[in-house]
Design a protein around this ligand. Sequence first.
Ligand code: ADP
Ligand code: GN1
Ligand code: MG
Length: 352
Amino acid sequence: MARQFPIDGTFVTAAPYGSGHINDTYCVVFDRPDAPVRYIFQRINHNIFKDPVALMENIQRVTAHLGKKSAKQPDRERRVLTLVPARDGQPFYRDGGGNYWRVYVFIEKARTYDAVESPRQAFEAAKAFGHFQELLADLPAPRLHDTIPDFHHTPKRFAALERAITADVVNRVRLVKPEIEFAMARKPITDRLLRAGLPDRVTHNDTKFNNVMLDDATGEGICVIDLDTVMPGLALYDFGDMVRTTTSPAKEDETDLSKVTMQFPMFEALARGYLASASGFLTKDEKRLLPFSGKLITFEIGLRFLTDFLAGDTYFKIHRENHNLDRCRTQFKLVESIEEQEGQMDRLIKTI
Ligand code: ADP
Ligand code: GN1
Ligand code: MG
């Protein structure tokens, strides 16, 4: 695959990289006379992203727009993902097996984290995602492609769970009675954001904490990555997923649920970081619903993990038995923790 992209130097190694649930990511090293240089090679999961060509068109447009806007910034090339086109000039290479591959310049001296370590990190991540939304607010027409239609349509996600329960293809419903009961009790909240009349924006839609790179030296959220789901959406989908992945000290698949909790100082840092870059364009309603979005998106991703567990683990990569069930349980535990603190979260937002 390395030969399909015009990269200077001699191929040295390639190794699986990162902890994403969807694509196959590799870190690839090339030797050059001065020093070795790294690239990110990714095989796009085309079972999930049905139209990789349209997806890559989105990413090209988005990175070009961000690149233009960051032209005068110091360290410009570390602030925006840079695609390396294939030898034929396309932003991807399609192999004989029908797989789509893309290559990015490796962002050095920065890293992603699977679990948050400090309020400062939460602040920086949220500020970076808010800034990302702000920069894309004037992306010229046409509308971006919907790489996954109805990606954050929570009522449809709920309906998918109900279908999985009815089908029970791998006989696992018997194992998840409490989780199903938990989900059913919260069905009424699923359409609340959709009914709020909020504006459509260009959003990231997968603002998990490990989709932003933090600078090793300064701690700044230097580059937003994982752009497969950048498309029209609600700003609150992004803030909600930050709350889901950046307020609990535990990893998404932690089995000791006592470690899963919504830490208020992390939420405060997230809200302040996000509003530092997004308050200029958010409406009153969007701002008011920030805490609720954290609960809703955490619930939604919990529903998706539960649905995938019942479907026989066909969507998210799993690395052990019951992995999706463990992930669902952390999400539902976090929903409970948010429910306990929602009043306090709402009060905080009014003061910022
Ligand atoms: P997935 O969609 O499977 O989550 P990502 O695009 O998020 O894939 O990539 C997986 C991981 O690879 C990221 O969490 C990050 O650690 C690393 N990564 C991705 N792109 C780059 C890059 N350009 N430079 C350095 N690391 C990267
Ligand atoms: C997937 O690609 P990755 O690992 O960053 C998923 C998100 C989920 C997340 C849960 C395209 O994100 O929607 O919230 O897992 N991405 C897709 O960890 O489904
Ligand atoms: Mg990712």
